[in-house]
Design a binder for this molecule. Structure first.
Ligand code: NCD
Length: 317
């Protein structure tokens, strides 16, 4: 890296449990390192074998498409030995506890665990059971730090300086781990965050995280530089369709539409996926040139490569 200040920055985190535990400097350092990995991905042979002596377990107790493939690709691009664990096809079905599962996996001499689980706090629990580095790939509605990092990386591609940028996050704020990690990370680097959605999807103390609240989509879109829409987390709503009258009405009030893109020519559209087309946004909005949703997916691999690299003890490339 050319900037000498960055070369001497000492990143000394062992885990990535949440952005709560990372300083603004840690976050910006990961994003800076991810730029190099993003360039690697554009090479004819997109491989950099810096993890060839590492063994990583992907421990997924909850469904995932993007996050899981992205981690696995990042690990393989870096030459790590990778083993995958899915709750649905494991001895969890035979009654084995999480603690026993992780202790058994750990006896196989692993260096890192990537964990996704429906219960908040599972990654923290894992740090007390094994010696490996733990990366949180989503714990219930708590945090999803690598998603927020890849979102911030994608925002930086349009706005290299995030300080003072206006970020709107729209949708099911109560049940989203993506929004929590994004608010925490974005506030740390000095961005302004507004969360927008129905009152029934607004957690009581959301302001305590530093975000402002809006119930008006038009006002929010007129204000923001970036609008990130979120899926309604049906699996966490607990059948509570009383939280909103109908998907059609939700879309009417909080869905991003082509008319918004015309009316407010400034904002960029993001979404962590999976998208419910016709609910969070019109299908044409997702496919428009104002959306950077697939860039988020590509950037996710680079950001996860940077996280794996730094947690495995690499300090700079
Ligand atoms: C998010 C998640 O799992 O929290 N998705 C993802 O990781 N790409 C958001 C969601 O499921 O809606």
């Amino acid at each position: 890296m050319s900037d000498s200040k960055k070369e001497i920055y000492s990143f000394d985190q062992k885990h990535l449990l949440g952005l709560e535990d990372y300083s603004a400097e840690d976050i910006l350092y990961v994003l800076e390192q991810a730029k190099t990995f993003r360039e690697v991905l554009d090479r004819p042979v997109p491989k950099i074998p810096t993890l060839r002596d590492k063994t990583i377990v992907n421990l997924f107790y909850e469904n995932s498409t993007r996050t899981r493939l992205s981690f696995e690709l990042a690990q393989k691009r870096m030459g790590a030995d990778v083993v995958n664990f899915s709750a649905g096809t494991s001895s969890t079905k035979k009654g084995e506890s999480l603690k026993d599962t992780i202790r058994n996996i750990s006896s196989m001499k692993i260096d890192m665990v990537v964990s996704r689980h429906e219960s908040p706090g599972v990654p923290h629990f894992l740090t007390r059971c094994v010696d490996a580095s733990i990366i949180n790939a989503g714990d219930g509605a708590h945090e999803h730090p690598t998603q927020a990092l890849l979102d911030m990386f994608t925002m930086q591609q349009t706005y290299p300086e995030l300080k003072g940028k206006k970020i709107a996050i729209i949708g099911d704020i109560s049940h989203s781990r993506v929004v929590r990690s994004n608010i925490i990370g974005l506030k740390k680097v000095g961005a302004d965050v507004v969360v927008c959605g129905p009152k029934s999807f607004m957690p009581v103390h959301v302001e305590s995280l530093g975000a402002e609240v809006s119930y008006n989509l038009d006002e929010t879109l007129a204000w923001c530089d970036i609008a990130m829409a979120l899926r309604i987390q049906m699996e966490r709503v607990g059948g509570g369709t009383d939280l909103f009258p109908s998907l059609r009405e939700y879309h009417e009030t909080f869905g991003i539409k082509m008319e918004h893109l015309e009316k407010y020519p400034n904002f960029t559209v993001m979404h962590p996926g999976p998208i419910n087309r016709g609910v969070e946004m019109q299908s044409d909005v997702a496919d428009s040139d104002r959306a950077v949703i697939l860039n988020q997916v590509t950037n996710g691999v680079a950001v996860r490569m940077a996280v794996l690299y730094l947690l495995s003890g690499g300090s700079r490339i």
